[in-house]
Design a protein around this ligand. Structure first.
Ligand SMILES: Nc1ncnc2c1ncn2[C@@H]1O[C@H](COP(=O)(O)OP(=O)(O)OP(=O)(O)O)[C@@H](O)[C@H]1O
Ligand SMILES: [Mg+2]
Length: 260
């Protein structure tokens, strides 16, 4: 049984078809990478999966439940978490607090200024802090060491890593990463890959879909690779298969010609 699958998923924006008849599936514990030229529909696919867009047609099933029309919050509560291509942290909160913001809302009432600090409140707060520290520790000791620093004062790479920690704080079944290594140098990208590998080792059931342009990162992490072009899946297989596929090569060459 697939953890998540889509059937003929389609998303139109006016006359533009950003996702076209997409059949996709991923099993529990699998890591899938989505590659493809700019504008090929990768982020739109995530936006459909997470409920930011309601698809124009087609279906999304999660654990065989039809979730096509659910809201982002409903999908989050079912166990689908994500990061964003452009980053979305709370700049004025520190590292630990940002991780806590990723937890389910029942655990964050105190962060939103709970006035009556009941014993239950305080216990929830302690549990949340403990959990947030665990997430940071498993992902990166280096971030744990910076737990009191405001997000706005982190390095760029650490901000992107913190976003992943925030998404992990919800204990998702499915984690969607939109270009997690974008803007990182090769060393930072390699470190990020190792961090994610460690998370997967610690939690082999975690299912991961990552969009990424960095091919070393894709090769190092993905069990299976998909290439999108113009909203369609043009190739699927191992990294070696997809990266040598003539359709994939010409899709990327076409992109270079367009930007030349
Ligand atoms: N809200 C929207 N309204 C109109 N068009 C949109 C919207 N979101 C995306 N698009 C269009 O849909 C197409 C796919 O965009 P999308 O952002 O999914 O591409 P992408 O593969 O993530 O690209 P990149 O690698 O640059 O992030 C593009 O032509 C884009 O302009
Ligand atoms: Mg995108």
């Amino acid at each position: 049984m697939a953890l998540l699958r889509t059937e003929a998923l389609t998303m139109h924006f006016g006359g533009l078809t950003a996702i076209s008849n997409m059949d996709f599936q991923i099993d529990k514990g699998e890591t899938v990478a989505i590659i493809g030229p700019n504008g090929s529909g990768k982020t739109t696919f995530f936006n459909c999966l997470t409920g930011i867009y309601i698809p124009s047609a087609g279906k999304i099933y999660f654990n065989e439940q039809d979730i096509t029309d659910l809201s982002p919050d409903q999908k989050f509560r079912l166990g689908i978490a994500r990061t964003f291509q452009n980053g979305r942290l709370f700049w004025g909160l520190n590292v630990l607090e940002n991780v806590m913001m990723g937890m389910h809302s029942s655990h964050q009432s105190f962060l939103l200024g709970a006035i009556f600090r009941t014993a239950k409140n305080r216990k929830e707060e302690r549990d949340a802090i403990k959990k947030a520290k665990e997430v940071l520790e498993f992902f990166s000791k280096d971030l744990l060491d910076q737990q009191g620093k405001l997000a706005k004062n982190l390095s760029y790479a650490d901000r992107r890593r913190l976003e992943i920690c925030r998404a992990l704080a919800a204990d998702p079944q499915l984690l969607l990463l939109d270009e997690p290594a974008a803007g990182m140098d090769p060393l930072e990208t390699e470190e990020l890959m190792q961090d994610i590998k460690r998370i997967k080792q610690h939690n082999p059931d975690l299912t991961l879909i990552t969009i990424e342009h960095d091919m070393k990162f894709v090769e190092g992490l993905a069990d299976r690779v998909l290439c999108f072009n113009y909203g369609q899946k043009i190739a699927e297989g191992t990294f070696a298969e997809v990266s040598s596929d003539p359709l994939v090569i010409s899709a990327y060459l076409g992109e270079e010609e367009e930007s030349a």
